[in-house]
Design a protein around this ligand. Structure first.
Ligand SMILES: C=C1C[C@]23C[C@@]1(O)CC[C@H]2[C@@]12CCC[C@@](C)(C(=O)O1)[C@H]2[C@@H]3C(=O)O
Ligand SMILES: O=C(O)CCC(=O)C(=O)O
Ligand SMILES: [Fe+2]
Length: 331
């Protein structure tokens, strides 16, 4: 019998022991404890002159615009994506139910790589939500599971649509790829950023790139997401009603031989004291799939920058060496 490894199994090999306990009661805390005070390296402000592109999926030029946005920003916002705002709002409300410390809840996986804690709690769902939900709410989990499952299904459809759009912008066909080795590895992350007594000294989610092929993020109407643009610095991804944020992840970056930057991003805290929540859907390639720069995309004389790596191997590398995981697969 052949057994397929899942993303969840790969992460099980990289447990976050020590620091997996949420040390704060975010609801009652009145000042930021030293464990959560971040150095003031910048003031979390952003250059508001620059606006991350918004792409209308009904626009006949959507392919070209998406390709351009991926290349120049590594991110864009998408509207007319076909997902009803009701479902997005419903998922957001569910994210607010947070009995801290239960299965599925915890610190962001990147936490052990930073000396300070983040002002953040996350709930990660891989595959079916039912096990976690039953543990949390033994008699009252049907609505939670229903909304999460509908969200996962619709996100998968949208992620596939966006993948096709992006591949088309590169003049690549699915047949050029070796993705038939299993199903895409996906995960849903419910992020919670409670009101912070001193938002300028704490960090919501530290700067990182996503390990995914692409990430679709719902951020509601409260700002906090910032992306780093070479030459411009940190730029706020200002919320647009009904829009979803699309980020280029590490796997798409590798596939395009760095033509599309895997966008560095972070979440800063709300100055007005609102509780911000966001929902990230990570769309990855099958875990056994080998990813390498597509030769078809290379200009004459251009060499592949990265060696082939399976998704499993890359997740392993990133779990061990958060800093510069891409450098370790450079040719
Ligand atoms: C599939 C995944 C991507 C993620 C690790 C995870 O297993 C589920 C949580 C994801 C998340 C969300 C917050 C930021 C991030 C870097 C982290 O620490 O956990 C991402 C991970 C990632 O993209 O590597
Ligand atoms: O909450 C946000 O705006 C960012 C979340 C994020 O980057 C993530 O979940 O990977
Ligand atoms: Fe992210």
């Amino acid at each position: 019998m052949t057994t397929t490894t899942t993303l969840a199994q790969v992460y099980r090999e990289h447990p976050i022991h020590l620091r997996d306990i949420i040390p704060l009661d975010f609801n009652s805390i009145r000042s930021v404890p030293d464990s959560h005070v971040w150095p003031i390296s910048d003031d979390f402000s952003s250059d508001h002159q620059l606006m991350v592109p918004i792409i209308d999926l009904k626009d006949p030029n959507a392919v070209k615009l998406a390709g351009h946005a991926c290349k120049t920003w590594g991110a864009f916002q998408v509207i007319n994506h076909g997902i009803h705002l009701n479902l997005l709002e419903e998922t957001k409300m569910k994210a607010l139910r947070e009995p801290a410390g239960a299965t599925g809840y915890g610190l962001a996986r990147i936490s052990p790589f930073f000396p300070k804690y983040m002002w953040h709690e996350g709930f990660t769902i891989m595959d079916s939500p039912t096990d976690h939900a039953r543990a949390l709410w033994p008699t009252d989990n049907a609505r939670f599971c229903d909304v999460i499952e509908r969200y996962q299904k619709q996100m998968k459809v949208l992620a596939e649509k966006l993948t096709d759009l992006i591949l088309e912008s590169l003049a690549i066909f699915r047949e050029d790829l070796n993705w038939d080795v299993g199903s895409p590895s996906t995960a849903l992350q419910l992020n919670s950023y409670p009101p912070c007594p001193n938002p300028n000294r704490a960090m919501g989610l530290a700067p990182h790139t996503d390990t995914s092929f692409l990430t679709i993020l719902y951020q509601g109407s409260i700002s906090g997401l910032q992306i780093f643009k070479q030459g411009a610095g940190w730029i706020s991804m200002l919320p647009v009603t009904g829009a979803l944020v699309v980020n280029v992840g590490d796997l798409l970056h590798i596939l395009t031989n760095a033509r599309f930057p895997s966008v560095l991003h972070r979440a800063v805290l709300n100055q007005e004291g609102s509780h911000r929540v966001s929902v990230a859907y990570f769309y990855g390639l099958p875990i056994e799939c080998s990813v390498s720069p597509l030769l078809k995309l290379l200009d004459s004389g251009e060499n592949p920058r990265y060696r082939p790596v399976t998704v499993k191997e890359y997740v392993d590398i990133k779990s061990k060496y958060f800093e510069e995981p891409l450098t370790s697969i450079r040719i």
